[in-house]
Design a protein around this ligand. Structure first.
Ligand SMILES: Nc1ncnc2c1ncn2[C@@H]1O[C@H](COP(=O)(O)OP(=O)(O)OP(=O)(O)O)[C@@H](O)[C@H]1O
Length: 308
């Protein structure tokens, strides 16, 4: 496995406030890595360090094969950063913004025009190309922002909260774009406050809290870290509910006539629950399986120490 990003023991403090307290990160090439954490956890600080905008107090990082402290310009030449603050110039049209980026990357004029046209097409901005971003929706602006990042063909892209504030449809469009970038071999380092976004997109997720990484793994691995899976059984009346509770135990709610029984949601466990109800001649109206989601994981892992 080739690493696009590898960081060891990154530390950063502002005065006596420790923001990063020894962070290790490894991101494989061509994957999506998501950094999650509550507000103020240090996500943006991590992105700023890995993208050379900020020097760590100590620690080492290699990004796209270049050591951050030895060859920051090598790093800058291989990455793109799309942050919470957009690089879009609202006085220029969408197309002119892209041409400007092409000039900044020293692309020959014809090549810059070709690349801009290609990106306008790819990001569904052809109709908006001659308009200024002032007339764009939030989703269109984000797409233009990302398109501008791509002018230089970066191998690694840092996306700092790319869909914050977007409506669900625009968010999905952005997700499709991100997935396509990864298919083309790009590595994505994504920070997000939407757990569903990390769940949908990320190959691996790290949770940052109190200056440390408190968990790292695939979404499924993280979900298995905490208990909370259960089967919810719905009954027609209190006697049936009471009878089932007597047989199965679990947590009973008389108002909703439901009984929650711990379960990993697997077929074996469901069969055992239903068999025991059958044996006791208890009729159940309906059954639903609930597994912990990333929200549960996030709250469990970040409950103790909330920064800011
Ligand atoms: N220049 C600075 N001077 C002092 N403190 C700072 C500075 N920049 C960031 N901080 C503090 O460092 C902490 C981490 O900030 P950072 O922006 O990295 O968090 P974040 O996880 O990205 O949060 P958010 O989700 O709110 O963007 C915060 O407590 C913030 O107030």
């Amino acid at each position: 496995m080739k690493l696009a990003i590898s960081a060891t023991n990154l530390r950063k403090s502002y005065g006596d406030k420790v923001v990063l307290d020894g962070i290790d990160l490894n991101v494989a090439e061509g994957t999506i890595f998501s950094l999650l954490g509550p507000n103020g956890a240090g996500k943006t600080t991590t992105v700023q360090i890995l993208s050379t905008l900020l020097a760590p107090d100590s620690g080492k990082a290699v990004v796209a094969g270049h050591d951050l402290s030895v060859n920051p310009s090598g790093v800058r030449g291989s990455i793109g950063v799309t942050g919470q603050f957009s690089a879009v110039d609202t006085m220029l049209t969408g197309e002119e913004n892209l041409w400007l980026m092409a000039d900044l990357h020293h692309l020959p004029k014809a090549e810059g025009r070709r690349r801009a046209a290609e990106l306008l097409e790819q990001f569904d901005l052809v109709d908006a190309a001659r308009k200024t971003p002032m007339t764009y929706s939030g989703g269109m602006r984000r797409r233009l922002d990302l398109a501008m990042t791509l002018v230089g063909n970066p191998r690694i892209i840092f996306l700092d909260e790319p869909t914050t504030g977007l409506d669900p449809r625009s968010r999905r469009t952005m997700w499709d774009i991100i997935r396509q970038l990864v298919k083309d071999g790009v590595t994505i380092f994504l920070t997000t406050q939407y757990l569903e976004e990390a769940d949908q997109l990320a190959d691996r997720i790290a949770v940052l809290n109190g200056g440390k990484l408190v968990a790292e793994g695939t979404a499924d691995q993280l979900k298995r870290l905490i208990p909370g899976g259960h089967v919810r059984l719905q009954f027609a009346d209190i006697p049936r509910l009471a009878h089932a509770a007597h047989i199965l135990g679990g947590v009973r709610d008389d108002d909703s006539l439901t009984l929650d029984v711990p379960s990993d949601g697997g077929v074996q466990s469901l069969r055992s629950v239903l068999d025991r109800l059958d044996a006791g001649l208890v009729e159940v109206d309906s059954l639903s399986v609930h597994l912990p989601d990333l929200d549960d994981v996030f709250f469990a892992l970040t409950a103790k120490e909330n920064v800011r």
